[in-house]
Design a protein around this ligand. Sequence first.
Ligand code: UDP
Length: 471
Amino acid sequence: MAPGSDRNGHEGRRPRRRRVLLLPLPYHGHINPMLRLAAALHDRGLAVTVVHTETRAPDRRSLPAGCELVTVPDGLPPELAASDDIPSFVFALNRNCAAPFRDLLAGALRQEEEEDGGGVACVVADVDWFAPLAAARELGVPALALMTSSAARFRVYLAYPRLCEKGYLPVQESNMDMPVDEHPPLLVRDLQVMMDTSRHVAYASLLAHIVAGVRQSSGLILNTFNAIERTDVEQIRRDTAIRVFPVGPLHMLSPPATAATQKSSLLPEDRSCLEWLNTQLPGSVLFVSFGTLASIDADELLEVAWGLAASNRPFLWVVRPRLVRGRDSVELPSELLEETRGRGRIIRWAPQEEVLSHPAIGAFLTHSGWNSTLESISRTVPMICKPCGGDQLGTARYVCDVWKVGVRVEVEDKLTRGGIQAAIERLMDGIEGGVVRDRMREMGDVVSKCTMKGGSSDLALQDLVDFIKSS
Ligand code: UDP
């Protein structure tokens, strides 16, 4: 091809960028990492279209520069989108969006034939989007899946039928503390606490669809890095025999959306908390957040609140709407607010990445969501883990027992204020806390090395970009 000509030999035109279509699952914890991947792919010379459902579509202005947004109709009743029945929601999305997505992709391919250069090189879809992944394959477009949780969690997906056959699942009271021999360090209680049989069956069916979709795709992108999950990544490679790209932590590949473009966040960010943090001593404040979906009982909320009060530490606590099951807002007792006046700040939504970067933050009481865990590790903030379900259970096990960069809130029969207070003291005052902080500092160095030029995640990303460009 002559210099200055495109791949069809037309002279005098700059070759157009190859295009990638990205499909996030419409949950905040899935959209965010996909948008970070979008920014990274665009920075490395690809044109990016984010294809989103009409449900929870992000504001165009929240997209990384240069990326475009297209929405597809999903026809979902708002009650289903708002419910916590995730398998039904994901199945309905796949059913309703497969045809609109196929039409969109077919249209883009027709346009490619009519125009010069560029064209759709690849589709990257959240692992949950098994129907669009299949549609891309049928139209001859390479399809890659993105797992927004850990590699260890994806191994649980792969192993789910075997775990059921072996009787680990569904989890029963009697086998909770049994080690899962095939998957150290997990205990049965870390797999998925789902005692209700019909939910268990629906979830197993969803995972079977997800795994089948990934196995038939051209590759799997993982939001993790080799230094913490090398064994799990290698195991997935062996098990699936597809290409695996551990490019994480994705949030380190591009800056967070700016305040002006924060429309993709669930709620308006309360940025005044950053000013409040400026008035606090370095390493003194406990940041508390249970992510975007986890919910707790009203009693548990009170136990957390009184545990924070008893710790005598300054704290910044995100109490978002529906944190307490079924309630849009909560009122805390006036005695408690009085007792923590001046040292406790409660907000509805935080600029979490900026909060974790603030020197006043000394620890993070977290539900152990995967994004929160990676954000905490990259800012070297040690964690107090209070997982609420799903992948959070296994992640907390890795954080506390394998990487040893956090401590767990001990829960006997139920969550207590004493359990919260004890965990805060262990991490923020005790000798154990010092050891955990040292480990966390080492971990911070490791993650920086992975993402810098020539590090394992940087190389995996380059490998991914090369793969896409050569498709
Ligand atoms: N988050 C935020 N502000 C908040 C609470 C959460 O920006 O007040 C973000 C957080 O930075 C993370 C995401 O929401 O990127 C939560 O994802 P995670 O995987 O930790 O939990 P999920 O909500 O998906 O269970």
